[in-house]
Design a protein around this ligand. Structure first.
Ligand SMILES: *[C@@H]1O[C@H](CO)[C@@H](O)[C@H](O)[C@H]1NC(C)=O
Ligand SMILES: *[C@@H]1O[C@H](CO)[C@@H](O)[C@H](O)[C@H]1NC(C)=O
Length: 465
């Protein structure tokens, strides 16, 4: 479609469009201003490494197709606070789409190899909040994505909680709306239950996250609620203290995707405890998780091409995945509960998990959080040789998903390709890896897909021994 006709379509659609109202949280739910419950139907959106929300025309083209898809949210991993986001935020608002954005970016990411949370990072996070808090369709902010993903990463957790504490305090001190601030976790069985409890424990809401979300690839169609281990995700999320949702989902092995997990998430099994899902991802690129393309793969180098993929233009649905998701979302329209009938005090309170000697969770109970700039005594990870191999030996030859099928044989890892980290802890923080990484998730997904396989193998061997 030519741009002029898109513009006309948008202009006519606009007569119906009403600006979105802010969404707020209560208990473990998101609510619209009118009191109806809000469920996330989201798409991960990162066309370019630094900031996909500065190209207004591109946002309009994508927002229009996302609205047709039935999406109401995008997730963006990296934004540049110095950019002008008015056009894109309005384009998404006009299309009925909210935005979840990371406060961290490549060089502010909290990494297990060098744990710290100080004024430099705080100021950078604050710049992102300052730039985006003005938009009513900002749904929430992440303080991190998959920072904790392997054994010996858990000492990072108090820094993430400190970041949430300080950004919430900053938000309130500035008089900004109570925009929820949360975390997006890798779905790793040895960490997930402890981490989600830790970030919401302690009984002081000034120090806990406002929502928790999981990147999970454990449902690979064809699958079932139990075979995918979604039943376990649900068990741990029962009456969770804050909203919980999937911040990435969409296993591509073997493909095509039927998105049957959406039936579980929005259906009777999970809908009382979960607030929806974000599918990974919009653009088709190296990792093959996309649901649209701008041009066939293998484009010659050019200003809007990376890795052979054009990153601008009119989005064309990649089938059958796109249409399958569209019909899935069209049939999953839970009403949820109205705020006036909801009692948030019925949610659970979580005990702060204790550490186990030699185990994955090494934060013992409700430890004192670091003050801004403070380095804790028990600090950065001491990688074991086995785990170190995981990120460092991975080459671009590893393909996504090739290890996903090993999921059921390694009982300990429920979600093999936990994207974005530790790949992102190395590849999003610095250097050549990040230069070639287009989205927060893309390249990292390959790295961790392979990495998780290594961890699984190591554990399997350990169990056998
Ligand atoms: C925060 O820590 C980093 C890394 O050690 C350092 O470069 C920076 O100067 C620190 N910022 C402040 C304000 O101390
Ligand atoms: C709750 O946490 C905030 C931020 O750390 C702190 O200032 C406050 O004193 C805490 N409240 C209680 C009752 O401990």
């Amino acid at each position: 479609m030519r741009w002029s006709s898109v513009a006309i379509a948008l202009a006519s659609a606009k007569s119906f469009a009403v600006a979105l109202d802010p969404v707020s949280t209560s208990g473990n739910k998101f609510f619209n201003k009118d009191g109806s419950q809000f469920f996330i139907k989201g798409v991960a959106y990162q066309l370019r490494p630094l900031d996909p929300l500065i190209d207004t025309d591109q946002c309009k083209r994508d927002a229009k197709l996302m609205a047709e898809l039935g999406a109401n949210t995008i997730r963006v991993y990296h934004v540049d606070p110095s950019g002008d986001h008015d056009g894109c935020m309005k384009a998404f608002d006009d299309a009925g789409i909210y935005v979840l954005a990371d406060l961290d970016t490549f060089d502010t990411y909290i990494i297990p190899e060098n744990n710290y949370w100080n004024k430099t990072k705080f100021d950078r996070y604050a710049e992102v909040m300052d730039a985006f808090q003005q938009y009513d369709n900002i749904l929430g902010f992440f303080v991190g994505n998959e920072n904790i993903a392997t054994k010996d990463d858990s000492p990072t957790a108090p820094y993430l909680k400190a970041a949430a504490r300080d950004m919430k305090a900053y938000r309130d001190a500035q008089g900004y709306r109570e925009i929820p601030i949360g975390y997006s976790a890798a779905d790793i069985l040895q960490l997930r239950p402890m981490l989600q409890d830790y970030l919401t424990c302690g009984g002081n809401s000034s120090e806990t996250v406002d929502f928790f979300s999981l990147n999970s690839y454990s449902w690979c169609d064809p699958s079932t609620y139990t075979e995918s281990t979604y039943d376990q995700l649900e068990a741990y999320a029962k009456n969770f203290p804050v909203p919980i949702f999937l911040s990435e989902t969409g296993c591509i092995v073997p493909g095509p995707r039927a998105w049957d997990d959406q039936d579980a998430i929005f259906g009777p099994q999970m809908v009382n405890d979960w607030s929806g899902a974000i599918i990974y991802e919009w653009i088709q690129e190296e990792n093959s998780y996309g649901i649209i393309t701008y041009a066939p793969a293998g484009q010659p180098a050019g200003p809007d091409v990376e890795g052979g993929f054009l990153r601008k233009g009119t989005p064309t649905p990649k089938e059958p995945d796109f249409s399958a998701l569209k019909s899935k979302w069209a049939t999953n329209t839970p009403e949820g509960v109205h705020k006036s009938n909801y009692n948030p005090s019925r949610v659970s309170t979580r005990a702060c998990p204790t550490s186990t000697a030699g185990g994955w969770w090494q934060v013992n109970g409700d430890v004192q959080l670091p003050t801004l700039g403070q380095i804790l005594a028990v600090n950065t990870k001491t990688r074991s040789a086995n785990v170190a191999t995981e990120t460092e030996t991975v080459g671009p030859t590893a393909t996504d998903g090739s290890v996903e099928t090993t999921a059921d044989s390694t009982a300990s890892i429920t979600a093999p390709p936990s994207s974005v980290t530790p790949g992102s802890s190395s590849s999003t923080t610095s250097g050549p890896a990040s230069a070639s990484t287009t989205s927060g998730g893309s390249m990292d997904k390959r790295i961790t897909a392979f990495g998780a396989g290594v961890v699984g193998a190591v554990l399997a061997i350990a169990i056998l021994l």
